[in-house]
Design a protein around this ligand. Structure first.
Ligand code: MG
Length: 381
């Protein structure tokens, strides 16, 4: 169980909910890091009194340093600052909830500093899965999933004594705001339509990823690394109500599922209290009020991103990093109104297939592949 936590991405949706969990369970907060929202970060710093804070944006870090000069809190900036927070002396666990592959280096820094990881930053495993899992093994630390589907699978696996008994993993997907739409209907969708998620309230990047179903593709890659499963054994089922968070099928065909209200505080808390269960802040599941749970086959022809991610992990090497980098850049351009919705999968595919194959990439290779994919996307508009 976590005694002292560092939170990377503390002003985002997961980060703010994690701090609520910490307050409720009286878990000490040793360090905080955010991208640029220094107003909220200052409030958090005054409330939780960490020893260290970091701001990714260098200019905003200077402003925060000035604002906190009446305290003893050290203020760092840039990717180096995020890595300082990831290694902060007194924490035993690092919650990484930053958005995007910028989370990779801080995750590696935390693992090398022998911190357990509560991972909400799926891009860390998508881009650097082999490196991160190797570092986790070598440093003898634990990696706890925070992503709701992966937490669900992790919880289901607590009831399985032999990993060889697992036939397949079944990830559930809400289907996002465009479930049931045809490609033609997606041609002119607006940013606000894409941001209108039916069940979960999340940051903008992941909400667009849900609309394209890239999010589920990234989650297939994430699950493949976390649970050492080939992508062929990771099935996706669209489940509109987001009540079953994922399932595991065993060799006798028994299926174990984890259910609950769609509230990220449940997986966040379990990652921090594992193996214990604690009374939390979430409301109880009322199945009779929900009445019906529905399930559908995902439409991989309309939502190509999911299929592209399966191809990326099968191709291996730098392909997942290229797919992810292209997606991050394409989502940014879509949010800025510079490209249409359907351009996102097109650019992901192009960047992925432009990537040369390197079998065991190091961190520099991954950063370079990410950069090349972003450049390719920028040059395509
Ligand atoms: Mg998820």
């Amino acid at each position: 169980m976590t005694n002292s936590l560092s939170v990377l991405g503390s002003t985002g949706s997961i980060g703010t909910q994690a701090l609520e969990v910490c307050e409720n369970l009286e878990i000490k907060v040793d360090a905080l890091a955010a991208g640029s929202n220094i107003e909220l970060l200052e409030q958090q710093a005054r409330r939780f009194k960490p020893t260290v804070v970091a701001v990714y944006d260098e200019r905003r870090a200077l402003e925060l340093k000035a604002a906190l000069k009446d305290t003893n809190i050290k203020v760092y900036s840039g990717i180096g600052g995020l890595c300082e927070v990831a290694q902060s002396k007194d924490c035993d666990t690092v919650l990484n909830s930053v958005v995007g592959m910028v989370g990779l280096l801080p995750t590696l820094a935390a693992v090398r500093a022998r911190k357990n990881i509560a991972l909400a930053n799926k891009e860390t495993l998508v881009t650097g899965g082999s490196l991160v899992m190797k570092a986790v093994r070598e440093n003898g630390v634990k990696l706890y999933p925070v992503d709701s589907e992966h937490s669900a699978i992790f919880q289901c696996l607590q009831g399985v004594s032999d990993k060889k008994d697992v036939n397949k993993l079944i990830l559930t997907a809400s289907g996002g705001p465009f479930f049931g739409k045809t490609k033609g209907e997606l041609e002119n969708v607006s940013v606000s339509q894409a941001l209108n998620h039916p069940n979960w309230s999340m940051g903008k990047k992941i909400t667009i990823d849900s609309a394209t179903m890239m999010n589920k593709g990234l989650e297939i890659i994430e699950a493949s690394w976390l649970f050492d499963m080939p992508q062929e054994k990771i099935e996706v089922v669209v489940h509109r109500e987001s009540i079953i968070h994922s399932m595991v099928e065993l060799k006798d065909k028994a299926v174990i599922a984890q259910l609950g209200v769609p509230d990220m505080k449940i997986p966040i808390q379990y990652a921090l209290t594992y193996p214990q269960r604690c009374v939390g802040l979430s409301s109880e599941l009322n199945l009779t009020e929900i009445g019906t749970l529905s399930f559908f086959k995902p439409d991989e022809d309309t939502f190509e991103c999911m299929k592209l991610c399966r191809d990326a992990i099968t191709l291996g090497g730098l392909c997942p990093a290229a797919a992810n980098g292209a997606n991050e850049e394409a989502v940014r351009l879509f949010l800025e109104g510079k490209i249409p919705f359907l351009k996102i999968p097109e650019l992901v595919s192009k960047a992925m297939h432009a990537q040369s194959k390197i079998s065991s990439p190091n961190v520099e290779d991954i950063l370079a592949a990410d950069e090349a994919a972003r450049e390719l996307v920028k040059a395509s508009i």
